[in-house]
Design a binder for this molecule. Structure first.
Ligand SMILES: C[S@@+](CC[C@H](N)C(=O)[O-])C[C@H]1O[C@@H](n2cnc3c(N)ncnc32)[C@H](O)[C@@H]1O
Length: 320
């Protein structure tokens, strides 16, 4: 990543997670260059309905969405948290440009690699678009954004990124975000809705094994960046879904009792047989839960844009 602070934070976070009981690893570390490429593959999988559903919402309802962004006068900052490769966002960006909206696009991502790909892509596909990327995590970006205190802001938080928080942290994050916004600013959040558990589980356990490879890549990244010696064949990918909490959780299970040595950190971590590492949460919501979250954080729901299967919502909120 070329940033000493981030590298140190990576080492600290990984050690903290693997020294905890139960063990965990922060999902934001999935996204090195290989993780970015694997996630792009996931988005094209037949089982991964989330991308298709949100893409359909944008294709079919872009006029209403974009009109809501541009309904007030003056230039606005279109800030996208965790933008990734912007595959779906480009539908909205093109439509905004076509309407000659006065805005600047600010994609934020912890992966400098994916932001470079996005910026290069936009330079060719939308040369007139003003782009000001921010490399860093959401909280760093929120601080930077709060420096532009008086400008109108429209924040995008797409692709069910909010699902990577549990309920408590999602509420906390949305409240924090709300504090950085002014009255009348907008937030469009892409949220995966509760549905048949079989549909959900297969999206996180695809037949071709790409999601498994995405999870295993985190161990590979730790091997490369922290001199660890995880043997990938000694672990299995294990997703679960709880229909009540709406939490789809991914785990890596240690198939046997074993030790992993971190040469660069002079540390050894022990695993019991079938001990788990929690790697990711992808929480699914009911519309009423979103309504409560909006209200609790000082927003009002303007409109819910839902796909034709009722799988996914892009919920548009205004800061009160
Ligand atoms: C699941 S992908 C979704 C990308 C995009 N929003 C979409 O809908 O296609 C999540 C993206 O958010 C980024 N990300 C994850 N956690 C982050 C964090 N804490 N701060 C900033 N970016 C983060 C990842 O690098 C990745 O590009």
């Amino acid at each position: 990543m070329g940033n000493t602070f981030l590298e140190n934070t990576f080492a600290q976070d990984i050690l903290k997670g693997l020294s905890s009981y139960p063990k965990y690893l922060p999902s934001k570390y999935f996204y090195d260059a290989k993780g970015d490429a694997l996630f792009q593959k996931i988005m094209q999988l037949p089982e991964y309905y989330l991308t298709k559903a949100e893409f359909e919402i944008f294709e079919r309802q872009k006029e209403n969405i974009v009109n809501a962004f541009s309904s007030r006068t003056g230039k606005f900052h279109l800030i996208e948290l965790g933008a990734g490769d912007g595959y779906k966002t480009k539908v909205l960006l093109e439509h905004l440009l076509g309407k000659q909206s006065n805005f600047e696009y600010v994609p934020v991502d912890i992966s400098g690699n994916v932001l470079n790909l996005l910026q290069n892509d936009l330079k060719t596909s939308m040369p007139n678009l003003e782009v000001s990327p921010i490399v860093g995590d959401y909280f760093y970006a929120l601080e930077k954004i709060s420096e532009q205190d008086h400008d109108r802001k429209v924040v995008l938080f797409l692709g069910s990124n909010i699902g990577n928080f549990n309920q408590k942290n999602a509420n906390g994050f949305i409240k924090h975000l709300s504090q950085e916004l002014n009255e009348g600013d907008l937030l469009l959040t892409g949220v995966d809705l509760k549905k048949n558990p079989k549909v959900i589980l297969s999206a996180y356990n695809d037949a071709s094994g790409v999601t498994k490879a995405f999870n295993f890549n985190l161990l590979d990244r730790i091997n490369k960046e922290l001199g660890a010696n995880f043997i990938l064949d000694n672990y299995m990918h294990h997703p679960t879904y709880d229909p009540q909490s709406g939490e789809c959780r991914s785990y890596l299970l240690s198939l046997k009792k074993q030790e992993v040595h971190f040469a660069d950190l002079e540390t050894t971590i022990e695993f019991e047989a079938y001990e788990s590492i929690h790697t990711e949460i992808s929480k699914k919501y009911a519309l009423r839960e979103l309504q409560d979250m909006a209200k609790g954080a000082g927003f009002t729901v303007i409109e819910n844009f839902i796909d034709s299967k009722g799988y996914f919502v892009d919920t548009l909120w205004e800061k009160l």
